[in-house]
Design a protein around this ligand. Structure first.
Ligand code: ADE
Ligand code: ZN
Length: 331
């Protein structure tokens, strides 16, 4: 089974690039930029990765991102992630970045996007990994801040495929961003949103109907609304599920309780993803492995999950078809 998981070509659709900042790199960048971290060592920092919920994680995640100051820092961060992809046979990735996390602390939008984009181009050339970039609005900030961010993205339109929505979910429903998502849609962006991670099933409905997203990030709480599950299945709306993230943020108490296999059985287009691997203890391969162990997934289910990653991607139809053929032929 481990060989199958490794040899399957895989696509990743829910990955925050700032969430790939490993403690070792965080210390390296802190030193390079003359920043003192509030931890003595890599081990002390890792030991702090013990979360009660989404917010307790986000507090550390935004603090960690403060070491990212220069274009080179963003390049190094992204390159380190792509190197992991190459090791794990992740051949396509659609990554999120949170520009407001950087612009709010005085780092120009250009610095972040140019560093990330240059690494993605290098990954394409040197590692053969295809990729797209999705800009996420931070939902705990205002609608106006999201509009300002969308305006900053305009000169970089060619580097960004889509717009997403992340950060603290509870109290910040998708409807808060209805107008700015409508503007993004008019500009031709693909749309996705985090919904139903900690928030209720009604947030998933809002993301579908008011934001008109093509995919739901997480979405695991759809199970609480049978009508919603039926609609997601009927429309084959992809859910980008992040099992180790759900475990570490206590969305589920035990991975054995995760509804991934149940969602698959309902004929939903479910995918497996890493979310913030440096904080949650594993990249895409480790997420697959942990699910196989906890949920006793069989080889067909694993192949289905890998295939779903490509089906749910924003790749052109002929690229999807090419990878689906490879997935079907992998054993
Ligand atoms: N930002 C980074 N990871 C996130 C998650 N799992 N949910 C919401 N916002 C995030
Ligand atoms: Zn996420």
């Amino acid at each position: 089974m481990q060989t199958l998981i490794q040899s399957l070509p895989k696509a990743e659709l829910h990955l925050h690039i700032e969430g790939t900042l490993e403690p070792e790199l965080m210390f390296q960048l802190a030193q390079r930029n003359g920043i003192t971290l509030p931890y003595d060592s890599v081990e002390a920092l890792r030991a702090a990765y013990d979360f009660d919920n989404l917010q307790s994680f986000l507090d550390l995640y935004y603090q960690g991102a403060d070491v990212l100051r220069t274009e080179q820092d963003f390049f190094d961060l992204t390159w380190a992630y792509l190197s992991r992809c190459a090791e794990q046979n992740v051949v396509h990735t659609e990554i999120f970045f949170d520009p407001q996390t950087h612009t709010e602390r005085g780092i120009p939008f250009e610095t972040a996007i140019n560093g990330i984009h240059a690494a993605l181009e290098a990954g394409r050339r040197e590692l053969g990994i295809s990729s797209y970039l999705i800009l996420c609005f931070l939902r705990h900030l205002s609608e106006q801040s999201a509009f300002d961010t969308l305006a900053q993205a305009e000169p970089h339109r060619d580097k960004i495929i889509g717009i997403g929505l992340d950060s603290s979910e509870l109290g910040h429903p998708p409807s808060k961003f209805e107008r700015v998502f409508a503007a993004a849609r008019r500009q031709g962006f693909e749309l996705v949103a985090h919904a139903g991670e900690e928030g209720p099933a009604s947030y998933i409905w809002e993301a579908l109907e008011r934001l008109q997203v093509a995919r739901i990030d997480h979405g695991v709480r759809c199970q609480e609304d049978p009508e919603l599950v039926a609609e997601l299945a009927r429309r084959q709306v992809p859910l980008t599920v992040c099992p180790l993230s759900n475990l570490k943020l206590k969305v589920v108490e035990d991975l054995k309780d995760h509804n991934l296999a149940w969602l698959l059985a309902q004929d939903l287009l479910v995918t497996v993803n890493a979310d913030d691997p440096a904080y949650f203890g594993g990249y895409l391969l480790e997420n697959f492995t942990a699910c196989v162990e906890a949920l006793a997934l069989n080889r067909d289910q694993v192949r289905q999950l890998a295939a779903n990653g490509f089906k749910a991607s924003f790749l052109p139809p002929q690229e999807k078809a090419r990878w689906l053929t490879v997935v079907a032929a992998t054993d």
